[in-house]
Write a protein that binds this ligand. Structure first.
Ligand code: PLP
Length: 465
């Protein structure tokens, strides 16, 4: 026997309001001050997740060099290790060991000679790695100058004007005169003779890029080395090279193993690369390796004991996620050299196919074709630039109609008149998707032809990669 309950005496469940009828989702949520009360987890999940739908689709982002696809297993592994702080080497000794193994694998990938003991570390990306590499150059130069009783107040760094912004930051933050080799029509990265002309006794080093951000091209590391040798013979100046291999550091060893750009080149003192670019890891990991422990000045290394142990560190940050390093290790084990080669070869095949199709369309001229890293830049032909009713900025904007993100930007000093589009091909961008992109590009060219009153747009959103 059961008795009918008095409903008024029953306690109500805590929250029976349907998700999208809750106040947080029916009212405007304050954006710039913290609310007094919190929200239920699923309410706030939906609130943020919905807003993020307005972000571009990362898989259609052909502007970024950074990884936008990884195997699902890695999500599991990274989720399980979100709590690993990379700096807690004593508390997470296995994560530290994994970092050490990655440093070893990368040093060997970059042909560290058998008789040299390379040293290195993970970083948050190539920018931090570049800061560390640049600091070592400055400290070593200063020590040399002091030893010879020479002034130490005017260090300079020689590099192409095409350097990524991290090098401009480095020079500003560490009070170094940046000496930029300008571009000239037909040469869109560092010129060796031009770089030599800028070197003097205050030059802390020359930065040579493997995979220029502007057009994906490799700069001539070996030729720079030979020219610096000659300079030394002539003047006694002994200037080291730092290679910015942000992208190419994880491409050249697989696709162009014969190009000597790494520790096979004697003046290469240090190399940085982004694990999160062609190292194939989601954004959050970079690497730097020095040729030998001796080229790393002792006073840049700090030893902390408050984590237990006595751990040497050379880093800008203290705490940093450890799971990105774990993800890098996953890829090294999962793919091996063969896997990296196949993935990058597939990307390069797509890049070469796309660039040749674009070159055949008519209005475009290739600046590069994707045969260094799988990245290429192209522009409107000079012969049509003032005759058509569109610019590269219009094309970039119109490609957005189906979500494609293809940046348009102008080149730096001496080549400001060149406005280009750039396509970065990486893992996850198939030949089939390339066909879809080409179809859309042709559709837009047809649209411009059918709309003669359209006025060309002279500038676009700023280029910041
Ligand atoms: C040549 C070069 N150097 C450095 C960087 C900075 O790398 P990160 O984004 O890993 O800090 C980039 C990024 O695009 C780059 O292309």
């Amino acid at each position: 026997m059961h008795t009918k309950k008095d409903l008024t005496k029953l306690t109500k469940p805590a929250n029976i309001t349907p998700t999208y009828a809750r106040s947080a989702l029916t009212e405007n949520v304050p954006k710039y001050e913290m609310r007094e009360q919190g929200m239920l987890p699923d309410t706030v999940y939906n609130l943020i997740n919905d807003e993020l739908m307005l972000d571009g689709n990362a898989r259609l982002n052909l502007a970024t060099f950074v990884t936008t696809w990884m195997e699902p297993e890695i999500t599991k592994l990274m989720t399980q290790t979100f709590d690993r702080n990379m700096i807690d080497k004593d508390e997470y000794p296995q994560t530290a060991k994994i970092e050490e193994r990655c440093v070893n694998m990368i040093a060997r990938l970059w042909n560290s000679p058998k008789n040299e003991a390379a040293v290195g570390t993970s970083t948050i990306g190539s920018s931090e790695a570049a800061m560390l590499g640049g600091m070592a150059l400055k400290w070593n130069w200063r020590a040399r100058q002091k030893q010879q009783g020479k002034p130490t107040d005017k260090p300079n760094l020689v590099m192409g004007i095409n350097v990524q912004v991290c090098w401009e930051k480095f020079c500003t933050y560490w009070d170094i005169e940046p000496r930029f080799v300008p571009m000239e029509p037909g040469r869109y990265h560092l010129g060796v003779d031009e770089a030599i002309a800028l070197c003097d006794e205050n030059t802390i080093g020359v930065v040579v890029i493997m995979g220029s951000t502007y057009d994906g091209s490799y700069e001539p590391v070996s030729k720079m080395n030979a020219a610096l040798d000659k300079l030394q013979k002539r003047t006694g100046l002994d200037i080291p090279i730092h290679v910015d291999g942000a992208s190419g550091g994880f491409v050249a060893p697989f696709l162009q193993p014969k190009i000597a750009w790494d520790f096979r080149v004697p003046r290469v003192q240090s190399i940085n690369a982004s694990g999160h670019k062609y190292g194939l890891v989601y954004p959050g990991v970079g690497w730097i390796i020095w040729r030998e422990r001796q080229v790393l000045p002792e006073d840049l290394i700090f030893y902390v004991n408050y984590l237990g142990g006595k751990m040497p560190t050379f880093a800008i940050n203290f705490s940093r996620p450890g799971n990105y390093v774990i993800a890098q290790y996953y890829n090294f084990l999962r793919l091996g050299r063969e896997g990296y080669r196949r993935i990058h070869q597939a990307s390069q095949d797509v890049a070469l196919y796309l660039s040749s199709e674009i070159a055949n369309m008519g209005p475009f001229e290739l600046i590069t074709d994707g045969s260094d890293i799988p990245v290429f830049a192209f522009k409107l032909k000079d012969s049509i630039i003032n005759k058509v009713n569109y610019t590269v900025f219009d094309i970039s904007e119109r490609l957005r109609d189906r979500g494609w993100q293809v940046p348009a930007y102008t080149f730096p000093k001496n080549c400001e008149h060149i406005a280009a589009l750039r396509i970065v091909v990486k893992e996850g961008f198939s030949r089939d998707m390339a066909e879809q992109l080409l179809k859309d590009l042709r559709r837009h060219l047809d649209w411009f032809a059918a709309n003669p009153s359209h006025l060309p747009k002279q500038t676009g959103s700023s280029f910041s990669h």
